[in-house]
Write a protein that binds this ligand. Structure first.
Ligand code: CA
Length: 223
């Protein structure tokens, strides 16, 4: 299991990241200031750091500089509201591996985290899990294709992320709120029925009985 250190002082964003990453099989730890981020990032307990730039104590730039200055190779993904090209360039020049601007969609962050881990895992000679399989459904995270039996099914980006979320938790009840947070992001209206609409799309494409409605609780992907 990959371990992600999250340095983020805004509780809502930290909680959103933790929830989403855990739902995708990562172990997470949140730190709220730069000093703690620097200390923890050097502990060898983590595989990747998500680093907010505006942190109390040492800011993100100082943390980045501190880590790379000491030759620390931990992959670092900067997460920042600053979307100036000059900030991004400074981030990459400072040794960050990627730069995501807020507001962000969880699926984009997840894709970038996976890509950075893949690079570093290949470097270390490990293979991350890239194919999910439940019953006759096979989802390939490298090609973004899904197969049901022998046929390849076309899915939109949102449908794919929703399918991936279900396939990572077969047999578990996932609430609408969990699915909404995970696939659409924290800035989405919780009163929306978009989850139900997309579950409908997936049922049509993957087979009507693969996703069960659990009344008053949410949805469950059948094992
Ligand atoms: Ca901040």
């Amino acid at each position: 299991m990959n371990r992600i250190l999250i340095a983020e002082d805004e509780p809502r964003i930290a909680a959103f990241l933790e929830k989403g990453l855990r739902a995708n099989g990562f172990a997470t730890t949140v730190v709220e200031d730069g000093d703690e981020a620097l200390r923890k990032a050097q502990s060898n307990d983590f595989d990747l750091l998500i680093l907010d730039l505006g942190l109390p104590g040492k800011d993100g730039w100082t943390v980045l500089e501190g880590l790379r200055g000491q030759g620390e190779e931990l992959p670092i993904v900067i997460l920042s509201a600053r979307d100036d090209v000059s900030d991004k360039v400074a981030g990459f020049n400072g040794g960050a591996d990627d730069y995501v601007t807020k507001p962000f969609r969880f699926e984009e962050l997840l894709a970038r985290v996976r890509a950075r881990l893949r690079n570093s895992n290949l470097y270390k000679g490990q293979q991350p899990e890239m194919v999910l399989n439940v019953g006759n459904i096979v989802l390939d995270l490298r090609t973004h294709q899904i197969r049901v039996g022998n046929s390849t099914i076309e899915l939109s980006a949102k449908e794919f992320t929703l399918a991936e979320t279900f396939l990572r938790h077969p047999g578990q009840i996932l609430s609408r709120e969990q699915l909404l947070n995970h696939v659409w992001g924290y800035d989405y209206d919780p009163g929306s029925n978009i989850v139900d609409v997309y579950v409908g799309y997936l049922r049509k494409k993957l087979g009507g009985d693969c996703i069960e409605t659990v009344r008053g609780m949410g949805y469950r992907f059948r094992k």
